[in-house]
Design a protein. Sequence first.
Lengths: 379, 379
Amino acid sequence: MKVRFDRIARVQAAMREHGLIAIVVINHDDYRYLFGTDRSQPRALIPFQGPPELIAFTGEEPELRAALAQGEVRVFGSVGGQIHDIVGRVREIAESDPFGAVAAGARPKVGMQMWFHTPAFLVDLFRQVNPEVELVSSDPVMDPLRSIKDADELAAMTEAQRIAGEGMDRARALLRPGVSAHEVATEALYAMWRAGAEGTSTPIYVNFGVETCMLHGRISPAPLERGQLALVDLTPQVDGYCANLSRTFVLGQPDARQAELLAAYREIVAAVRAEMRPGVTMAQLDERAKAAAARHGLAEYQVYGIGHGIGLRFEEPPAPTIIPPHKALPLATGMTVTIGHPVLAIPGFGGARFEDVYRLTAGGPEPLFEYPIDPVVLA
Amino acid sequence: MKVRFDRIARVQAAMREHGLIAIVVINHDDYRYLFGTDRSQPRALIPFQGPPELIAFTGEEPELRAALAQGEVRVFGSVGGQIHDIVGRVREIAESDPFGAVAAGARPKVGMQMWFHTPAFLVDLFRQVNPEVELVSSDPVMDPLRSIKDADELAAMTEAQRIAGEGMDRARALLRPGVSAHEVATEALYAMWRAGAEGTSTPIYVNFGVETCMLHGRISPAPLERGQLALVDLTPQVDGYCANLSRTFVLGQPDARQAELLAAYREIVAAVRAEMRPGVTMAQLDERAKAAAARHGLAEYQVYGIGHGIGLRFEEPPAPTIIPPHKALPLATGMTVTIGHPVLAIPGFGGARFEDVYRLTAGGPEPLFEYPIDPVVLA
């Protein structure tokens, strides 16, 4: 456990700019970002100034205190007392009214991450027990900091992407008539764990035949047949950082329509990569993707959202399929994004995608790990 | 995909009792329960009467329509149109005002699951775009139905628990000086997938030494040493149904304090099992657990919440550590619950737990799968 006081200081500076008196952390990704480790139940409070405060189970206290070293972090007592502890601290900070909200007739603002892993019932509970503050999204504070990756983060993400490549090698080697998607997933997962993965940020998806049309897939129930498409999507994690590698294969020589589909997606990726540079938006990249699909007569099947940010969250800003205004968010140097997110699916026939992770530099996109696109499997 | 029209009919009957005009399903577990399958983005609307409606991506439509057979399910078009589709349908049903809410000067109620996987930002968005209805928790409708397991559900859960046993066998066999927690987790996970697991409902936890104190654990960074405690927690899934098997080991002959800790937890489990019968509450079971810990001088370390419901969700009602009023929820025949949830942790020393899943019968608890408690590993 290595508390990132440098990041906490930057977060607190942004909190003061945005008038947040505190951020309540209940998500693994923010906890990792600020404390350099994870716990089953991450709980912390970052005040607008001063040391961060961890809310921990009594049994964990000695271990956390030892790891924290500087002793600059308060550790609270009981599980049952978590709500009480947080309410008490929020009230204390709110009463000091550092940004004059109360004086202006408003409520002091407390931030919380507003993403898939922030449960509505906990937010409703927080609002109910802390009526004197306004709960707002902490995303405007956290997103700009988190979306630009430092060298440590890039190293972890590169390693995760390399591990995804090992899983994909294993998956590809298993494709033969009669193999089950479950076996492919089992072996790919094992290969990734042995290579150092600590988990995956989404389930593994292995889809065969017409099921390659499924938006983000699942594990197909029927075994692979000769002539079918196979789509594998792998998302291993290293130190909490996410990878994303998708490849589409065809078992045997592709027929004309499969070949067109695969060629179209390669061209989509190439066209989008050629356009990626600081300042470009996902909407502009989507136009390029659509134009490439159109050149293959497949424009009607190209759905928007060609990529998304990635880091300690599987989807981070820009995440245009989740937060529509992110379509207009300009890419910046240091961001890490995937290209190849949506499946190009011909309903009733099959779909294809090739997804990789890139870091954006002033000179354009650099793949974190170069993995071949080699879809024809002759087994 | 096998739509469970029987369950949908029971849900709709309960909706009419509770005055819900619709339930919006965005969670995997409810989707599995009602549609007998899962998708990466489960989206459905259950009106208070009539056929359920799936919201699906265009590319998925033929596959879903084919699987649905009866054609009693509407399939909507685009991803981008999901919000629009749901808003339109909610408005249409709300305007019919079947339960007279509008006539009474109130808003018609729409239900949504309120648990860990219902994101606050989607709930806030729903409220914003559907101001004419009141969004409420669907838990009072769904929980009573889902907490009583039928034969199919018990079969899947028993299989999941058996698979957890295979993972635990593999984990135990690997415990030796110098083994890493990551290796133990890797091999246990692989054993469970090979045995048929489709995933795990929580990360795998493998903790060594003082880290056995961590509330729900993690993967310890340092290798196992002779004389240390090791705690393994496995949660494989089959058809979406969850298992939960935890065992604590000691590498070598336990010292007096370790022996006391392990004996105390065995006695806690035995005391709680002896008390389990229809009508008993988790609070009463916790009293038994505390008394057993007290007989070993460890009462101060025993935290409440000795068990929880389990099924398509890893934690279901009764879930006293999440929803405090569940402490008073009486157990009923047909419920499936874990016993052994909290770690009995001596801060700075180590912790122990033995967790299994039981179904409640009129005659008492029956373990879904009997797995030995055999903590001393002489390797």
